[in-house]
Design a protein around this ligand. Structure first.
Ligand SMILES: Nc1ncnc2c1ncn2[C@@H]1O[C@H](COP(=O)(O)OP(=O)(O)O)[C@@H](O)[C@H]1O
Ligand SMILES: CC(=O)OP(=O)(O)O
Ligand SMILES: [Mg+2]
Length: 567
């Protein structure tokens, strides 16, 4: 009777869903499907893990099934499919998390209210994402629901990449570049080590080309810049969205054409992009099949904008090792991939035409200086992983006693670790971590080159009362591979520090340890976490930024003092 996790991705005109069974360390997809055309011609289809159709229904043209009707159709079918298995949680894609929701969160009324503030920032997505959550809160009040954010993966972007050149207070208030499709990029980052280990540690531009399209510059598996901004209307032209636009155009339309906010919203979100330019369709398939010159112009503009944005993202990375294509168009339109790669010949991309027609995974020649790949995305699996991790952490928190904290967690590359309270018997394991750390990692952790640690120093790491000194370890294959701790320095304030074995760095372990420490710290009334980090320790600083906690930084000598608020 395994536990199951259902995943919902509620869009403007469709609800996609997946059902996963938790089998040991694995999340097995057992069912997926969608109800599309919710307000035009609703159609339901369900597929099994092998992609075979197992259920279908059409309501007919003109039927307004709506989101509520679709969920009422889905819930009993999911229950029926589950049989004796227990539905443990529902994970959701929520497009906008703003400044403070970087990590997945367990949903409650208050969080729902807070997320409503972002409806105007993602009018095509957010209202539908939240409507599904709200409806399920009413239908299944005891069911844990977890929201996973499209913005989350980009929250660790360098500060400059997040800034508009607007007055500084606006940035502080959250008027900044967020970036979207983060669950898709996070999934790609998690599988890239298997696709090309060198590229996964290097620099890649990932092209998520679907009905919504964006591109992300990734270094060492982390996002450093992307084409979307404050909202998902920025960047590339899309099915019906215009992408980057001179703000002067909007002023002109308001001032000289008398258009109001709703009319402009409708224009830039629903009437522009491929549909607006072609006047024919928002669907790339229809445009590629058409002989109409307007269809050709729309496709040409789409490609021209990709070419320009690619140059910009490569500049942000200071070079590039690979392009990765994903999402509806990226995965299924060889012609678009061919033209993007031809446009990128100046960067050193040499396309393998046969491999491209076949669909990859590698579509560049062996001799190509910059590699190119097709990697199918899987936002739903990413959501299921996050949901499982969060439930694990919540289960551990319920124990209240931090010395009994233990939870399973999934790293960015999909591998599973255990995060648990450090035990007195961990002396040797802790010593092994120190031995495993390179001189550079030791210097970053202890601010000085060290060869050895005395028994007293090791003992200090082990003197933990789980009130004033809380320490967690990350365990993989029975070995301690990372550790994080906080020590209370004055009432309500504690200092945090982390150490991760070299071969486990760059997979998100620091972020997970922090997430668990924050949960414990909050329960113990800690309101402020302080960290001192060497200026050049960019990955550690990125972990703090990506935590989504409101933070302040102060630079002193070569050290950055980071203060994070837990209130
Ligand atoms: N074989 C194909 N050739 C060209 N474009 C395709 C093909 N299959 C799907 N697409 C495009 O992919 C888009 C959908 O991509 P998808 O990533 O599923 O979008 P979203 O999740 O944003 O709705 C469609 O609008 C269509 O234009
Ligand atoms: C954020 C976004 O544009 O999502 P989608 O591609 O699913 O429309
Ligand atoms: Mg999508």
């Amino acid at each position: 009777m395994p536990d199951a996790i259902a995943v919902l991705n509620a869009g403007s005109s469709s609800i996609k869903y997946s059902l996963f069974l938790l089998r040991g360390k694995e999340l097995d997809l057992v069912l997926r499907g969608q109800v599309e055309g919710l307000y035009t011609s609703p159609r339901f289809v369900a597929l099994d893990a092998a992609g075979r159709q197992v259920d279908a229904k059409s309501w007919g043209d003109g039927v307004q099934l709506g989101h509520e009707g679709a969920l009422d159709h889905l819930i009993p079918r999911v229950r029926e499919h589950l049989g004796a298995d227990n539905l443990a949680a529902i994970g959701h894609r929520v497009v906008h998390g703003g400044m403070h929701f970087a990590r997945p969160v367990r949903m409650d009324e208050r969080t729902l209210e807070a997320l409503r503030a972002f409806v105007p920032l993602a009018p095509l997505h957010q209202p539908h994402n939240l409507a599904a959550i709200e409806l399920l809160m009413q239908r299944l009040p005891a069911m844990p629901q977890v929201a996973c954010f499209d913005t989350g993966f980009h929250r660790g972007n360098p500060e400059l990449a997040q800034m508009f050149a607007l007055p500084a207070e606006m940035h502080a208030q959250g008027v900044r570049r967020y970036g979207f499709h983060g669950l898709s990029y996070e999934y790609i980052a998690s599988v890239l080590p298997q696709v090309d280990a060198r590229v996964s540690r290097g620099r890649a531009v990932v092209l998520h080309l679907g009905n919504g399209s964006s591109m992300c510059a990734m270094a060492d598996g982390r996002s450093v810049a992307s084409t979307m901004g404050f909202t998902a209307v920025d960047g590339l032209p899309m099915g019906t969205r215009c992408g980057s636009l001179d703000p002067g155009v909007i002023l002109y339309l308001m001032d000289q054409r008398g258009m109001d906010v709703r009319a402009i919203e409708n224009l830039v979100y629903k009437q522009s992009g491929l549909l607006g330019v072609s006047g024919i369709s928002s669907d790339m398939r229809a445009l590629l099949d058409s002989d109409d010159v307007r269809a050709r112009t729309a496709v040409d503009l789409y490609l021209y904008r990709i070419r320009r944005e690619l140059g910009s993202l490569v500049a942000a990375l200071g070079g590039v090792d690979a392009l990765v294509f994903t999402a509806g168009i990226g995965e299924h339109a060889p012609l678009i991939r061919r033209r993007v790669c031809e446009d990128a010949a100046w960067l050193g991309v040499a396309l393998d035409a046969t491999a491209n027609t076949r669909g990859g995974p590698r579509i560049s020649k062996e001799s190509s200086r910059v590699a190119a790949y097709v990697v199918p995305t899987n936002e739903e699996l990413m959501i299921a992983r996050h949901t499982r991790t969060l439930l694990g952490a919540a289960g551990a928190e319920a124990g209240a006693d931090a010395s009994r904290h233990a939870a399973r967690a999934t790293l960015r590359d999909g591998s599973t670790i255990t995060i648990r309270a450090q035990r007195p018997t961990d002396r040797q394991g802790m010593r092994n971590v120190l031995v495993d750390m390179s001189p550079e990692s030791i210097r970053r952790r202890f601010f000085a080159p060290r060869r050895s640690f005395s028994e007293e120093e090791v003992q200090r790491f082990l003197d933990i009362d789980f009130v004033h000194h809380v320490a967690l370890v990350a365990v993989a294959d029975d070995a301690i591979v990372g550790a994080g701790r906080y020590i209370v320095t004055e009432p309500g304030e504690a200092e945090v520090a982390f150490g991760v074995s070299d071969q486990w760095q760059g997979r998100g372990m620091g972020g997970l340890l922090l997430q668990h420490l924050v949960a414990i710290a909050r329960q113990h009334g800690v309101r402020k976490l302080v960290a001192e980090v060497l200026h050049e320790n960019v990955p550690m600083l990125a972990v703090f930024r990506a935590s989504g906690l409101p933070s302040e930084t102060r630079h002193e000598g070569g050290v950055v003092h980071v203060t994070m608020s837990l209130q």
